[in-house]
Design a binder for this molecule. Structure first.
Ligand code: UT7
Length: 311
């Protein structure tokens, strides 16, 4: 399949770090419970920052690293469930802050924690149909804004942050799948106009869905691409819970593929978690040309999606 690659990444995290001990002063919980059930040790919460400012900071870093001409950007796409304004989109504000030319499409997409993966599909479509070489794709979330800090079963799980990627066309191997089933009940947040716009999650149902979604995402992408897990260097899943990732990872024990996790430091940053992970991996020197990665996103909708990309 004619595909896309990730040219460069950037990330932005709010300065304020909230530890599990901090959370235990808000609700009846412990560091031990949070770590053993989720692998989370801390999360970042916005104070001065906003969904827009995080998106801009991450996008600037990715654009600087990519070193591309802003005239070559076809579109700015922000995946978010927590934009500062209902409209205009966060993407329009990123466009202006980065001084991108007017001949660019700028819009947000809403696909919960699958947003970055859906964004890859959208970016590929835009690049195949468009005239330019790159799409700036960002996942940015201010989840503490919609967190119910009286609900211990959800408030410990989420964090704020943004990750950005410059996406480019490639002839290298690429595979992509996306799904949705409209199962809204277990994971939702009321929208604009509601004074009760807080995240609601039935954790057990979402856990069961997540395990199935990751497994399907991996299997279908392997089938489509003709690779096996011994061809794959890293699997980067949406970072919701280390137990979910370990559970799926066990099935592929003994293969070359390594499941990357960093949920300990950021908690679940929804659409931002995969680009944050990719940026961290790149910074650590873990990503080398020729490596193959499987990315898997899953979340509200339910939506889920997977991609095989080559570095
Ligand atoms: O990004 C979108 C995708 N989201 C996800 O993938 C999240 C998927 N779900 C999960 O990660 C897990 O289901 C949770 C981490 C949310 C919950 O873990 P669990 O092992 O499924 O726990 P549970 O909901 O079955 O709760 C077990 C117990 C309950 O107490 P009882 O009824 O057994 O007495 C809860 O009330 O743990 C209690 N509990 C807590 N205890 C201490 C729930 N939250 C907490 C807490 N601290 N923060």
């Amino acid at each position: 399949m004619e595909g896309i690659r990730i040219e460069a990444t950037g990330r932005a995290l709010p300065k304020k770090i909230v530890t599990n001990e901090d959370m235990s002063r808000l609700v009846d919980t412990t560091d031990e419970w949070i770590r053993t059930r989720t692998g989370i040790g801390q999360r970042h919460h916005c104070e001065e920052e906003t969904c827009t400012s995080l998106a801009i900071e991450a996008a600037k870093k990715a654009m600087e690293k990519a070193g591309i001409d802003p005239e070559d950007v076809e579109a700015v796409v922000v995946a978010t469930a927590t934009s500062d304004l209902a409209f205009p989109s966060t993407a329009c504000m990123v466009q202006k802050a980065l001084g991108l030319p007017q001949e660019v499409m700028a819009f947000d997409i809403s696909a919960g924690c699958t947003g970055f993966l859906y964004g890859l599909g959208v970016a590929r479509g835009l690049l195949l149909a468009g005239k330019k070489q790159h799409v700036l794709l960002i996942g940015s979330e201010y989840l503490s804004r919609i967190t119910d800090f009286t609900d211990r079963s959800t408030c410990v799980l989420f964090g704020d942050g943004a990750g950005a990627a410059v996406i480019s066309r490639t002839k290298k191997p690429f595979a992509y799948r996306a799904w949705s089933d409209g199962e809204a009940g277990p994971l939702y947040c009321l929208g604009v106009g509601s004074d009760k716009a807080k995240l609601h999650m039935e954790g057990n149902q979402v856990f069961r869905f997540a395990v199935k979604a990751i497994a399907q995402g991996i299997e279908e992408i392997l089938k489509d691409s003709g690779f096996t897990m011994d061809d794959i260097d890293y699997v980067v899943c949406h970072q919701a819970n280390k137990r979910i990732i370990d559970h799926v990872g066990k099935k592929y024990a003994g293969t070359k593929a390594v499941f990357y996790t960093n949920v300990e430091y950021y908690a679940n940053t929804s659409a931002a978690s995969i680009p944050i992970a990719l940026d961290e991996m790149s910074e650590k020197g873990m990503l080398e040309p020729g490596m193959k990665l499987i990315l898997v996103g899953f979340g509200a909708g339910f939506t889920w999606s997977s991609a095989l990309i080559m570095i």
